[in-house]
Write a protein that binds this ligand. Structure first.
Ligand code: ZN
Length: 165
C-alpha cells in the first residue's frame, strides 16, 4: 500500500481504539508506526542511493540488496508480535501506537502481488507468502483504499463532534 495511506490508516486505528482527542505528537507517533515498515525497508536504501548518486533504491551494494534484506523483518507478524510483547514486558503496559506496525503488515498481505514484494508475514518461521494478491497500485484499488480510510476518519470525526454537542 502507499506509505502515506499506511500512516493515515494507523491514525484512524488509534482514534478508534482510544476515542479521546489526539495531540499532534500522538498523531505523528501513529503516523510513524504506520509507515515504519516501509520507511525502514525502502528509506535506508533510498538514502544510501542518494549518497551513491543513483536514484534506484533497489540497488545492490556489493551484491547486497538492502530493501529485500530489511523487508522481511519489518513485514513479519512474528517479529512484530515479539517486539510488541517485549515492550509490554518491559513497560507492563501495552504500547498501542505500535499496533500500526502489525496493521501495516495485515494490509500489505492482500495488496501485494506475488511478483512485487509479497508479504512474508510468517518470517523467519516460514517464507510463505500469499500465492495471490491485488496490487495497491492498481488505480481502482488505490482509490478504494483512500476512500475507505477517509470515510473511516469522517465517521470518527462526526462521532466526536456529536458527543461534544
Ligand atoms: Zn509495507
Amino acid at each position: 500500500m502507499d506509505i502515506i495511506a499506511h500512516g493515515v490508516y494507523n491514525i484512524a486505528l488509534q482514534r478508534t481504539i482510544k476515542k479521546d482527542k489526539k495531540t499532534r505528537k500522538e498523531i505523528l507517533t501513529a503516523f510513524w508506526w504506520g509507515i515504519m515498515p516501509d520507511l525502514l525497508a525502502f528509506g535506508i536504501p533510498f538514502i544510501s542511493a542518494i549518497f551513491v548518486g543513483s536514484l534506484n533504491h533497489h540497488q545492490n551494494i556489493g551484491g547486497f540488496d538492502l530493501a529485500s534484506t530489511v523487508y522481511p523483518y519489518t513485514h513479519s507478524l512474528v517479529i512484530f508480535s515479539l517486539v510488541f510483547l517485549a515492550i509490554y514486558a518491559v513497560r507492563r503496559k501495552w504500547y498501542l501506537p505500535m499496533l500500526g506496525w502489525g496493521f501495516h503488515v495485515l494490509l500489505d498481505i492482500p495488496f501485494h502481488t506475488p511478483e512485487f514484494y509479497p508479504t512474508p508475514f510468517l518470517f523467519p518461521l516460514s517464507s510463505y507468502t500469499l500465492p495471490f494478491g491485488i496490487s495497491w497500485g492498481t488505480p481502482v484499488v488505490w482509490i478504494a483504499i483512500w476512500v475507505v480510510v477517509l470515510l473511516w476518519l469522517g465517521i470518527l470525526y462526526k462521532q466526536r463532534n456529536n458527543k461534544s454537542l
